[in-house]
Design a protein around this ligand. Structure first.
Ligand SMILES: [Ca+2]
Length: 464
């Protein structure tokens, strides 16, 4: 009996050893062209550049929305924001504000819940932005621990003093500091991340590190060591501090001999936004954060897993943050959510640097801005749908736009509009868009596959 028990324990120990640690680093409002390894001549990012040299750069990697809350909802749930009701806020905005009645529905399965079920230790460090009510916090969505802020760091009391509290810094479900010291958020989140890694060397872990910077408006914050040191003002200072943070995590993995068994994914929640003066760069893509342009939704992405993911490679297969849940679940031998998800298990893409074939090529990848379907990509092609200017049913308006087709694989800056030359491709992508409208919906048109977000009767501010 003892022998059986001992061999069972050995078996489970070796099964654990086979499961990779997963670290997902998610920076905020950060442009494709802001990293040295993606072409920046302005920022010093030696650590992320080394991560890319030791791993693969993904150059057709998309978030599911050009703005924070829906982008994060899609990552966590593996679903389009519209499917899980997170495409608009409870007050009709693009993102959740403090004291929001809405949150990602606890009935959705998050990455953290999937991995926790497979024996992973889980922690969220940084900016959550999927609901600030007790039932919607990270610790109710599969994370053992949370350290950070519940929404954007620029949502401060002075903007709405009668409703919003001081910016809360939280540990678990408790506010431990208000207002949070924004200068040192990246530094403190990095220290927490290293501490978490050190604590879980003997079991598989999932570290979700959605950094608070450089998202902040009107300007990003950084600690003394980086302030005023870059060639690109406070934005560049923040980029360089985020690079330092990545280096600290890489050093901890090396020191603890966890490098070979850890998958690191490094990306952004949406492209750099317009600033005055301009600072972030989405080059070579057009457009900026918050809309459905390539600049807003096609992200710099680096993945490193020594011996598993090719070193120094570039992979242009179409993939998405929605793929993380099913892919991580497969790596962790975890079960999938019981309900429909949109992401795909992209292990074949991760493990084959030459692969440009993607499951999204057949299904289509859909670009929604709040309620509205605005574009679809499949394979090399992105079709911008003709829009009449009725942006949404929330009285928002935009300029009417015409149908346009680009080969976004070979013409990444979208210089050549080619719809007239390729009527067959326009027809195919239009048909995919119709399928999306039926399933996920469009302005004033619910989709048959949508689910409800979480909603509370009355929201309360988070106070110390
Ligand atoms: Ca963002």
């Amino acid at each position: 009996m003892k022998l059986i028990l001992a061999s069972l324990m050995l078996l489970s120990a070796s099964a654990f050893a086979a499961k990779p640690n997963i670290i997902f680093i998610f920076v905020d409002n950060f442009g494709n062209g802001d990293l040295g390894c993606f072409g920046s001549k302005l920022h010093r990012t030696p650590n992320v550049d080394r991560l890319a040299a030791e791993g693969t750069k993904f150059t057709s990697f998309y978030v599911a929305s050009g703005v924070c809350t829906p982008s994060r909802a899609a990552l966590m749930s593996g679903c389009y924001p519209r499917r899980v009701g997170m495409h608009v806020s409870d007050t009709g905005g693009a993102v959740l504000q403090p004291v929001a009645r809405k949150g990602l529905n606890p009935s959705e399965t998050t990455i953290a819940e999937a991995l926790k079920g497979a024996g992973y230790a889980t922690m969220c460090i940084g900016k959550w932005h999927l609901g600030d009510q007790p039932g919607f916090l990270p610790t109710k969505q599969g994370f053992d621990e949370f350290f950070g802020i519940p929404y954007s760091d620029d949502m401060m009391k002075e903007k709405k003093p009668e409703v919003w509290p001081e910016l809360p810094l939280m540990r678990g479900a408790k506010v431990v500091e208000a207002p949070a010291d924004r200068d040192h958020l990246v530094q403190r989140c990095t220290e927490e991340a290293v501490r978490f890694i050190e604590k879980h060397t003997a079991e598989p872990f999932f570290l979700y590190l959605p950094h608070t910077m450089p998202g902040s408006t009107p300007h990003p914050f950084s600690s003394e060591k980086f302030r005023g040191k870059s060639a690109n003002g406070d934005y560049g200072d923040s980029v360089e501090e985020l690079d330092w943070s990545t280096g600290e995590i890489m050093a901890a993995l090396k020191r603890l001999k966890l490098e070979d068994n850890t998958l690191i994914v490094w990306t952004s929640d949406n492209g750099a936004v317009k600033r005055n003066p301009p600072q972030g760069s989405n080059a070579p893509y057009r457009g900026s954060g918050y809309d459905t342009s390539e600049g807003a939704m096609r992200m710099p992405c680096v993945m490193r897993w020594p011996g598993k993911i090719a070193a120094g490679a570039v992979n242009d297969a179409l993939c998405s943050t929605m793929d993380m849940l099913p892919t991580f679940a497969a790596l962790a031998e975890a079960g999938l959510p019981p309900h429909k998800i949109d992401g795909h298990d992209i292990r074949p893409i991760l493990f084959d640097a030459a692969s440009t074939k993607s499951p999204w090529d057949d299904d289509g990848f859909f670009f929604y801005r709040m309620e509205q379907l605005q574009a679809v990509r499949a394979g090399d092609w992105k079709l911008y749908l003709p829009l009449d200017g009725k942006f949404s049913n929330l009285q928002r308006k935009r300029e009417p736009s015409k149908l346009a087709l680009y080969d976004v694989r070979h013409d990444v800056s979208e210089e050549h509009e080619v719809s007239a030359q390729h009527p067959d491709i326009v027809q195919r992508l239009t048909a995919l868009a119709e399928k999306a409208r039926a399933d996920l919906g469009d302005v004033n048109h619910p989709g048959s596959g949508q689910r409800e977000a979480g909603l509370v009767e009355k929201a309360e501010p988070l106070l110390p």
